[in-house]
Design a protein around this ligand. Structure first.
Ligand code: 2HA
Ligand code: ZN
Length: 286
């Protein structure tokens, strides 16, 4: 067997955690990442028949919560209470590789959490989000949660309306509508670590790759770690520009006609129902 600490998927994962930490998105034990692994990329590094220990799900309703659609799937997941700051220096204690057990009520630990730890408290929200994303995008592999400073600040002063929030972010730089034409979903404040917020997040994840938890942070989903990181990075930068502008008078902004030129150039399908002008709203699919 090769040394798992040298595995490309693990190195990319831990480097991503460090980048998130350095950007101030993951103070203390804030944030968590789950990454769906392929058996082929694991088989040279781990004996997949060796289960280190079994860990039940926590914070979920034992009868209604069901991760069985993910049975047999293997995830690399940050640990509960662990600091992103330390993930790259010490992955064996701070992250784990877990397989969803038969029945979908517990996981089989294959590697990691070596000092007795367990997966993030947001594991139910992650698993439900994976199920939701996979139902609309079979290539989705990453769910990422963090507390980006500017986006969090923006949730205190901007209306919580999804269409308005998305439109404002789109206006904050030319790239935005290209990177997240699906806009952002917005959830009211809810207690974190529960299956209730997990269900609500997953429901939004069927429509959006970015879901904002008001006064808390953001969930992002994507096919790769880079794509998901880049999505949150772009949303966070837009929020930063929004905050820098503050209450100063806007003298220039991107118009919906500008958006349309970008949409045509990049051949993307935006949420036209989030537009204001009737000529664009009527292009909405629903
Ligand atoms: O503990 O960010 O939402 C990590 C969190 C909880
Ligand atoms: Zn959080």
């Amino acid at each position: 067997m090769k040394n798992i600490l040298e595995a490309p998927f693990l190195k990319e994962f831990t480097a991503t955690a460090s980048n998130m930490y350095r950007l101030g998105w993951d103070e203390r034990n804030g944030g968590n990442i789950s990454y769906l692994l392929k058996e082929e990329e694991l088989k040279d590094y781990l004996d997949l028949n060796h289960v280190v220990r079994r860990i039940p799900f926590a914070g979920v309703h034992p009868t209604s919560f069901d991760a069985s659609p993910l049975e047999g799937k293997i995830f690399l997941v940050t640990g509960t209470g662990r600091y992103f700051k330390n993930v790259e220096r010490d992955p064996a204690n701070n992250v784990g590789i877990v397989r969803i057990a038969k029945g979908g009520k517990e996981v089989e630990l294959l590697w990691g959490y070596e000092d007795g730890g367990r997966f993030t408290s947001e594991f139910p929200a992650h698993m439900m989000s994976h199920m939701a994303r996979l139902s609309v995008d079979p290539e989705n592999r990453v769910v990422m949660h963090c507390h980006p400073t500017n986006l969090l600040a923006m949730t205190y002063v901007h209306e919580a309306d999804e269409a308005k929030f998305s439109h404002t972010l789109w206006e904050m730089s030319t790239e935005c509508i290209v990177v997240f034409p699906d806009g952002v979903g917005v959830l009211p404040w809810m207690l974190c670590g529960t299956d209730k917020i997990g269900y609500a997040t997953a429901e939004k994840m069927k429509e959006f790759r970015t879901v904002i938890w008001l006064l808390h942070g953001v969930y992002g989903a994507g096919k790769t770690l880079d794509e998901t990181f880049g999505l949150i990075e772009t949303v966070e930068k837009a929020a930063q520009i929004y905050n820098i502008i503050g209450s100063r008078e806007i003298k220039n902004t991107l118009t919906e006609d500008n958006f349309k030129e970008l949409i045509d150039l990049f051949a993307i399908e935006p949420r036209y129902d989030f537009f204001r002008e009737e000529k664009y709203r009527k292009l909405a699919k629903k």
